[in-house]
Structure formats: structure tokens, C-alpha cells
Write a protein that binds this ligand. Sequence first.
Ligand code: IPE
Ligand code: IPE
Ligand code: MG
Length: 246
Amino acid sequence: MAKARDTRTNDAPTGPRHVAIIMDGNGRWAQARGRPRLFGHHAGARRVREIVTACPDLGVKYMTIFAFSTENWKRTQTEVAGLMSLFRRYIMKEMQDFVKENVRVRFIGDRPRLDAKLRALMDEAEQMTSHCTGTNLTIALNYGGRDEVSRATRRLAEDVASGRLKPEDVDEETLPKYLDTCVLPDPDLVIRTSGEARISNFLLWQSAYAEYEFIDTLWPDFTKEVFTELLKGYGARDRRFGAVTA
Ligand code: IPE
Ligand code: IPE
Ligand code: MG
């Protein structure tokens, strides 16, 4: 169970409510140890629970993690198959603990391309944790921002064609209702590990006003302490959203 809320005073800077993480650097972490890339993916997967478990004390209510992109199919068959098997095992192994820790799990991304066994496990994980009221963990699996916007637009176009939606009613409020993230708030902070300063097709629409942190740490080395330290810098940021503040 989540511990009691932290002891920050009311006038202390508030932390991000929704943190999204591009978990990058598993391959390099493994290569630096002379091991196959999959060794790094396994080490990376083990980090996830530590970071999710840290969320309640840090005031993070939503955590969204990028596990596999629509572009990652371009990797070798061995790596892709190894990752898919890791996802299946990960869900089977971790879900009971997520239920115990009151973590609600959701998946975003294009599901039909994933194998039936994995899809069934994803559905089961979502159902098993649907009553959980603690941290909202969203796992982006076969996710691409452009793919998501395309799929959303297709469904929106179908609604227009069938007369359920009028073209003049399509606006910034309507379109996100068709996105995979329709029940989630926008991310406040997007973190990318491993030193790359790009977003690689992650949450394109949703991150329009997010703050970004690009850090050199490779994902398997991203500890609770590194995460806590990173969030300290967030409170000092002045999020203006285009307005002029006094
Ligand atoms: C991120 O680590 C995990 C996935 C994309 C699945 P990488 O596998 O991209 O690791 P690097 O960037 O090659 O080190
Ligand atoms: C982004 O990392 C995707 C995930 C972390 C799942 P990549 O390693 O695939 O991104 P690029 O290829 O460096 O842009
Ligand atoms: Mg990478």
C-alpha cells in the first residue's frame, strides 16, 4: 500500500502530477558489460517497479512509460521476439504486486499487431487492476504518437461520416477524446534517459506543454534516488503556458 502523503508544506513547490519516461539505454548498458542487448532489457524491466513504487511519496499520480515503439519492429527478430517474451513474463510476474500496491495498469498503443497471448495478458492486467486507486501506470507498447493520432483521426472521420460528429465540432477538446490517452491528463514532465535529446514519436499531442529532462543515466541505472533528485528541479520551473506571469 501507498504510504501517507509526504510532508511538504502548502507553499512548497508542487511536483509533477504526471511523469512520462522514455526508458532508453538498455542496449548500451548491456554492451558496456559485454552482454547481449536483451540482458539490458531485463535489467531495465526490473527498474520499473522501483520507480513506480516511489511515485506516491513523490506526489506522482500518473506514470507513463515507453516500453516499445511502433518503430522498434525494425530491430532484429531476436531482439523483438526477446522483448515480446519479456513483456509477457513481466505482466505475469508483476501484476499481483501491482494489485497489492494499488497500482492501476493501462496500456496505450496499437494492439492488433501484438500477439494474441500478449494481448490477453494486457487485457487481464487492466481488468485485475481496474479497481486500484493509487498510482496510474500506463505502459506504451507498440506505441507511436503519429500512429496514435492517425488511428484517432480515422475513428473521428468515421464519426463524421456517420453523422455522429459535426466537422465544426472538431476542436482541441474533441480530438484528444479519440486518443489512446483519453482518460489521462497531459504529462507535466517527460524524462528521457541515455543522453539522447529527442522524443522519438512519444506522446506528440499530449506533450505540447510538458517540461523535458534529458539525462545521461542509462535506464537500468535509473534508481529511485536519481528520480527523486530529478523531480527536485521541477518545482523551480516557471510553467507559463504562453501567458506572461508577474
Ligand atoms: C530502450 O533501450 C528500450 C527499447 C527501445 C525497447 P534501447 O534498446 O533503445 O537501448 P539503446 O538505446 O540501444 O542503448
Ligand atoms: C524510444 O527509444 C523507444 C523506447 C524507449 C521504447 P529508441 O531507442 O527506440 O529511440 P531512437 O531509435 O533512439 O530514436
Ligand atoms: Mg535506444
